[in-house]
Design a binder for this molecule. Structure first.
Ligand code: HEC
Length: 625
């Protein structure tokens, strides 16, 4: 059916409308029942065959609205492209176990937000905490020390309505928590009580963390974010009203999942895609996404430059797949980490993922440096060649699986720009479990290399590391989930000397899976860590948030976020795995998201806020670097 492919191509939005009309005209006839639709269209992947695909039981938690939106405008739009709107409705209600209904409301604050300060020296900036992505905050600004951290207790829990995952790392600025969600709602929550000052609807999932900045001529600061449909939004931080929005994808499957950076009036945005999943359709002419980074004018949202990871646009190779679909390439190498800004050298760095087609482009699984001013690529350092993979490799006859068939060992974690008295180092962690220091002055030449994990599907190093002045803290996942990767595993936190790569300590993750679902529960640590001079905060798949002494690796405090918690709105929040984003530290508070159903992990929808009780020894200063 012609409409089939057009449905998954967002470029043809006008045609989409036409197809939708055609389809709805056709469904006056009785629809097949939900189970039959599920078995014919979805079960092949969702019954455990594709590890990333959530199991059917998790759909009831997600709710019909969210299942529907996954099919209409989310990750499943290609998979559901052959279904009529009425069939999708039936399927969504069947999978959710209840008809679609609006998500539960959030609690609005009683009194309006009076102002949001332009500057907040205590705030961690965006995903990486600073432009260098160190994810390290001065103890003086967090007020958290080895002495008082044991007194942390749960202050409030926010339940993201209609969500199976909580993965937009909160941004706390001037006592307001700005956070995105799976449903596409973006919230400004009061740090004291969790009530919502405003809600903004992005229209598609916001996975990244928000960033804040000021614009000339505007009274209030502005929060910036990217969404799953590759649109960047600028929203007034005080009112939640739209300033501008700018679609930046140049491919129908383009997405933004990594957090953007704000620097000198520009936004630097990483581009990823869901074409790796579309490739599972044997009739799809795989693949054409080129990966990239985009620079926008922060005032207008206008494009300043666009640079691709793979320069050569994809073309037909002359071959066809076993289903007769033309093969295209080269493609792939998504960027799903937040760029690292090197202001002194005038460049930014990103890590890239695997290639989608064979042979793998030489910029896949690489670190790339782009000029901040022009976007011109300065250098590329590939850390693993020949890694071509997409979701077709998981299923059936795998018509679009590249011949390399993996191993899929992206550089998904943001690189960290770290300096000692002698020089600068670009610290890189890979899903393979390899950690590198690259030389930013010498084309990314390797200064040191240390393999600290076995690596695998969720890493090795998955989402991020943290570095203070003494140590590089490396969370390692090393799950045994797919059985595809073999060898001894080292899940937990590893501390390395950032200048030499030598190990300082390793604290294995204790694992806490009793009474929790198997195999979703695992002791691996894939979420990014956060540190101060003295402390390391890191969460694990089993739902535990751990705090370590940064010098010894001794565990000082632990909280199990798995389970059901009373939320601010009165609804129960579900805590699950800690994944994809990491702890945020702010004036005696620790914020962490819990719940992540991808990768077969424990779903949930909880944003948890902990605080050191009033009266605890909290020595706050308002300066940090
Ligand atoms: C070719 C394999 C495949 C098929 C067929 C498939 N799915 Fe999925 N599904 C996945 C994967 C993989 C994910 C996780 C996507 C990701 O990691 O981004 C997923 C995720 C989802 C999610 C969660 C979306 C989200 O945003 O969290 C829903 C809901 C879903 N699928 C519903 C369906 C329905 C309904 C069907 C049938 C119409 C279907 N899927 C068919 C592989 C598949």
């Amino acid at each position: 059916m012609q409409c089939l492919r057009i449905f998954s191509v967002r470029v043809a939005l006008a045609l989409w409308g036409w197809c939708a009309l055609q389809a709805s005209a056709a469904v006056e006839a009785p629809t097949a029942d939900g189970l039959a639709l599920y078995q014919a269209n979805c079960a092949a992947c969702h019954e455990g065959k594709v590890p990333r695909a959530p199991h059917m039981i998790t759909f009831s938690m997600l709710g019909a609205e969210a299942v529907l939106s996954a099919m209409n405008e989310g990750v499943m739009r290609a998979q559901a492209s052959g279904l009529t709107p009425a069939e999708r409705q039936v399927l969504a209600s069947f999978l959710a176990g209840a008809p679609a209904e609006p998500a539960a409301p959030v609690v609005s604050c009683q009194s309006p937000l009076a102002a949001v300060a332009d500057e907040d020296p205590a705030a961690m900036q965006g995903w990486g905490g600073d432009l260098r992505n160190r994810r390290s905050v001065a103890a003086a600004s967090t007020g958290l020390t080895t002495d008082n951290v044991g007194a942390l207790s749960l202050k409030w829990v926010f339940a993201f309505p209609g969500a199976l995952r909580a993965r937009s790392q909160p941004l706390v600025h001037d006592d307001v928590v700005f956070v995105g969600s799976q449903s596409g709602e973006v919230y400004a929550l009061d740090l004291e009580t969790g009530c919502a000052h405003w809600t903004y609807s992005a229209g598609a999932e916001v996975r990244s963390s928000l960033s804040i900045g000021t614009l000339p001529g505007r009274e209030n600061p502005v929060v910036f974010m990217g969404d799953f449909s590759a649109t960047v939004h600028a929203v007034d931080a005080l009112t939640g009203s739209l300033v501008w929005r700018s679609p930046i994808g140049d491919h129908p499957d383009a997405t933004i999942t990594g957090s953007l950076k704000v620097h000198e009036g520009k936004l630097f945005v990483p581009l990823s895609s869901s074409e790796w999943a579309t490739a599972a359709d044997p009739g799809y002419a795989c693949c054409t996404f080129q990966g990239g980074v985009v620079a926008l004018d922060a005032v207008s949202g206008n494009l300043i430059w666009r640079s691709h990871v793979i320069d050569t646009p994809a073309a037909e190779t002359g071959q066809t797949n076993p289903h007769g679909a033309p093969r295209k390439g080269p493609a792939g190498a998504p960027v799903w980490n937040s760029p690292t800004i090197d202001a002194a050298r005038g460049v930014l760095y990103v890590g890239t993922g695997e290639a989608y087609t064979s042979p793998a482009a030489d910029t896949s699984d690489a670190v790339l440096a782009f000029s901040l001013a022009t976007g011109e690529r300065q250098w590329s350092k590939q850390l693993l060649g020949g890694d071509a993979w997409n979701m077709a490799c998981f299923i059936g006859e795998a018509a679009n699986c590249p011949e390399e068939d993996g191993p899929d060992l992206d550089i998904g974690a943001s690189t960290i720009l770290w300096s000692d008295a002698d020089r600068d180092y670009l610290l890189v962690g890979q899903k393979s479990g390899d950690v590198y220091a690259l030389d930013p002055d010498n084309g990314g030449a390797v200064i040191w290399h240390n393999k600290v994990g076995r690596g695998g599907f969720s890493g090795g190093v998955h989402w991020g590391m943290s570095a203070n002045q003494q140590s590089l803290f490396v969370p390692i996942a090393d799950t045994t989930f797919t059985g595809r990767f073999k060898g001894e595993v080292f899940p937990g936190v590893h501390a390395l000397d950032p200048a030499s790569g030598a190990r300082q300590w390793y604290t294995p993750s204790p694992g806490d899976c009793e009474g929790k679902p198997a195999p979703e529960c695992d002791r691996g640590m894939s979420a990014p860590a956060t540190s101060t001079e003295d402390l390391v905060f890191a969460g694990s798949f089993d739902g535990n948030l751990n705090v370590y002494d940064g010098r010894s690796g001794e565990m000082l405090w632990q909280f199990d976020t798995f389970g059901r918690f009373q939320s601010v709105s009165g609804e129960m929040a579900q805590g699950g795995s800690i994944e994809a984003d990491g702890p945020v530290l702010y004036k005696g508070h620790v914020l962490v998201n819990s719940g992540y159903q991808f990768g077969g992990r424990m779903p949930g929808n909880a944003l948890m806020v902990f605080a050191v009780p009033a009266g605890a020894d909290l020595a706050l200063e308002t300066t940090h670097d």
